[in-house]
Design a protein around this ligand. Structure first.
Ligand code: FE2
Ligand code: FE2
Length: 183
C-alpha cells in the first residue's frame, strides 16, 4: 500500500485543518528522520497516520473500549488518549498495517512511553514542533529537536504536563511515569 493512497484516505477521514496539520507533521518527521538517520519513508508513513482516528466519535471509541483489550484506566480519559492508543488499532484494521513499530509510534504520540524507539521520538516531537504550532517554548523545542532529540522529548513532556496541570486536567498515568522517570 503506498503512501499517496494512504494520504488520500487520511484526507477523506479528517477535517481540513487537521489534514493540514498532518501534512506539516509529515514534513517535519521527514526532516527529523534525515537528521537522525531513520528511514524517511517509514517516518512519513507513521506521521501521515498518527492522527487518522482523531475525528472518530467518542461513541465509536467507547464501543471499541468495551469489546477491546484495553487497560481499565482508558475509560477515565478521552479522545486525547484514545485517538493514539485505540487509533492505532483502527489504522491496523483499515490499512491492514501490522507493523508494530509504526503502530507504537501512533499509540505513543500523545502519551510518550517508558521506552521509546527512535521512530516514537520522531513522531512525538514532530507533532509538537511542526511549523503551524504555537506551543510553549516551541522555538526552543524546534532547535533542540535537531541537536538533542531526547532533550526535545523531555521539554515537550514537561510543557505538556505543565499545560495539563494549569488546566486542572488529570495527567495520564503513563505520561506522568515517563516524566518522573526522566527528571
Ligand atoms: Fe494526535
Ligand atoms: Fe497530531
Amino acid at each position: 500500500m503506498n503512501i499517496d493512497y494512504i494520504t488520500r484516505e487520511v484526507e477523506a477521514e479528517v477535517n481540513p485543518k487537521r489534514f493540514a496539520h498532518i501534512l506539516r507533521v509529515e514534513e517535519m518527521a521527514r526532516r527529523l528522520a534525515v537528521r537522525w538517520n531513520y528511514d524517511e519513508e517509514r517516518a512519513a508513513l507513521a506521521a501521515v497516520l498518527h492522527d487518522y482516528a482523531k475525528d472518530v466519535s467518542d461513541e465509536e471509541f467507547r464501543r471499541r473500549l468495551k469489546r477491546g483489550d484495553y487497560p481499565e484506566v482508558f475509560k477515565d480519559y478521552g479522545n486525547e488518549i484514545w485517538h493514539g492508543w485505540i487509533g492505532a488499532d483502527i489504522v491496523a484494521e483499515k490499512f491492514d498495517i501490522h507493523d508494530e513499530e509504526i503502530l507504537n509510534a501512533i499509540r505513543r504520540h500523545t502519551t510518550g512511553d517508558t521506552t521509546m524507539t527512535l521512530l516514537d521520538k520522531i513522531i512525538f516531537v514532530a507533532d509538537y514542533i511542526e511549523e503551524g504550532r504555537d506551543l510553549p517554548e516551541v522555538e526552543e523545542a524546534r532547535r533542540l529537536a535537531f541537536v538533542d532529540l531526547d532533550a526535545a522529548v523531555q521539554l515537550e513532556l514537561a510543557n505538556t504536563i505543565n499545560f495539563l496541570n494549569k488546566k486542572g486536567a488529570r495527567i495520564f498515568p503513563l505520561t506522568q511515569e515517563v516524566f518522573d522517570g526522566k527528571r
